[in-house]
Design a protein around this ligand. Sequence first.
Ligand SMILES: [Zn+2]
Length: 174
Amino acid sequence: MHKVKTCNTCGKTKPEQQFKKRTRLCKDCRNAKERQHYQENKEVFQAKREANRERRNEISRASYARRIDYERRRSAEYRAKNAEKRKAYQRQRVQDLPDAYVAKVIRRRTGLTTQDVYQYPELIQAYRQYLITKRQIQGYEADQACQRLTTEHDRIIRANRAGRDSSVRSKRIE
Ligand SMILES: [Zn+2]
């Protein structure tokens, strides 16, 4: 069923797939020869590699740049397509204050690096508490402002009403 060939180097008979096409050299022998060839010409290969270093680096830099463009395009598309979902996610993070979010706020406000921030878990804990407290204060201040506004609003309405009443009264007097 399977075709076989005999290697003219090692003399073993093996299935055809274990030979390079149109040769009588089995893959094991070919690999051994390549290894030997490399060992015997190691300096030449290494010198070639060294000579091509700049070109090789250039190629990998270019490929990296291409990939970066692609990735940026792809994430821009994703952002556009999932704008609502992302907003909801962001709102949730602002609400829940997970470590990653608090760390980001710390980084922005202090210029510390991610590594610095995560080195001190108690810093994250303390900053989270600070944010919660600040929000409570802001909430209290907002409530107070709202209260003042309502009071002022009521006063104006009352004054207006009184004014109208008095003008009505004064007309009656005339
Ligand atoms: Zn062989």
